[in-house]
Design a binder for this molecule. Structure first.
Ligand code: ADP
Ligand code: MG
Length: 353
């Protein structure tokens, strides 16, 4: 059993749905190979005070993300205080975990979530708090408790599509992302790692045409910019090379425009099913220094998908301006015709915010 060292919650409750209880229990038992109350010698087998770790959802550069289930409130197993805390968590959550050596990014991410969640925004992932647990070896595990997005990430759907997503779906996802970016930038943060694998999807039945709400996640590289400091030089580069902006590669300058450039690259990928820089290497993927050279030191621009509508092409060109001063802000993009003009045939099906 992992020993609880510290915990901190800031969550909201989830409505009980007793009719689905039995099905959920069976589902959970199918995937959970770990004994909740057994000794925990590894990260994978450790559980929280008020939640049980389940299957692996994803692995990135900074941590492992697991599905977790809130523990049942059982007298004798959980103390009164823990019961109250468990009550604040939804039934299912995602737990991003790292050992103490690798936990710096998670500690930073928690701080960013704390700053961003002073207001509320449906287009960014919710964080319910954090827990630090200790393994039998004495090693500590840092756990970030997050809203569970059962619709996978956007990259998954792009790969699944093979040749790209329908434009009506891209419109919906991009609108959600731009709204999320407007919120993040309005609070003085640059995300610094906008890309399809960091966009998580929550199924919402009536949300036509995609059936999903897109949320920005993974704030591990997010940077706060104080007023007047936009365009500051940073040490080293941060982000994922194929989504990095020219000024970031060349001058190590970071500003809100870096996220807009990355959005443009992500949108090319959504529409074409291929990396924005695919054609730069003569239809072969370019990586490493060769890619950074193209981004930072040439006039080359990502090739926009020819099948896209004029509105979509214009929207991407406003994101992919090499000069960051000419790039549109998230707020300005929200007024772009691509986002507000609907396909007339689908107009009555689309639920607008
Ligand atoms: N809240 C979540 N719900 C469902 N899956 C998630 C959630 N958070 C992350 N994942 C999955 O785990 C992957 C890695 O998570 P991420 O936060 O991006 O970690 P890293 O910082 O290591 O890149 C994501 O691409 C996604 O597939
Ligand atoms: Mg990630």
């Amino acid at each position: 059993m992992a020993v609880m060292v510290q915990c901190e919650y800031s969550g909201e409750g989830l409505k009980k749905r007793p009719e689905a209880k039995r099905r959920r229990r069976a589902y959970f038992a199918r995937f959970n190979p770990y004994k909740p109350d057994g000794p925990s010698s590894t990260l994978e087998s450790s559980h929280g005070v008020s939640w049980e770790r389940n299957r692996l959802l994803g692995k990135g550069g900074f941590g492992y993300v697991f599905l977790a289930r809130r523990r049942k409130k059982r007298a004798g197993v959980l103390g009164r205080q823990e019961n109250q805390e468990a009550g604040e968590l939804p039934l299912f959550l995602a737990v991003k975990s790292a050992t103490s050596v690798d936990s710096l990014s998670l500690v930073h991410e928690k701080r960013v979530f704390h700053d961003l969640q002073r207001g509320s925004c449906p287009y960014i992932l919710k964080c319910y708090g954090r827990e630090v647990a200790e393994l039998t070896s004495g090693d500590k595990i840092y756990n970030l408790l997050l809203e569970y997005c059962s619709g996978f990430n956007l990259e998954h759907w792009i790969i699944d599509s093979g040749t790209g997503l329908p434009e009506s779906h891209v419109k919906r996802y991009v609108r959600d992302i731009v709204k999320g970016l407007k919120y993040i930038h309005g609070r003085g943060y640059v995300h610094c790692d906008i890309k399809p694998s960091n966009i998580l999807l929550v199924p919402i039945k009536k949300r036509m045409p995609t059936g999903y709400l897109a949320k920005i996640g993974d704030f591990g590289l997010a940077m706060s910019i104080k007023e007047g400091e936009e365009g500051e030089k940073i040490e080293g580069m941060r982000g994922t090379p194929s989504y990095m902006s020219p000024e970031l590669v060349r001058e190590k300058q970071i500003g809100y425009g870096a996220d807009i450039w990355a959005l443009g690259c992500s949108m090319v990928e959504m529409l074409s099913g291929k990396s924005a820089w695919y054609s730069a290497g003569g239809n072969q993927s370019v990586n490493g220094d060769a890619l950074l050279h193209i981004i930072g030191y040439t006039d080359y621009l990502p090739q926009l998908p020819s099948s896209a509508s004029n509105d979509a092409l214009d929207f991407m060109s406003k994101c992919l301006c090499r000069n960051p001063q000419e790039r549109w802000s998230a707020e300005k993009l929200l007024g772009h015709p691509f986002l507000y003009r609907e396909d007339p045939k689908r107009c009555n099906l689309i639920v607008l915010d």
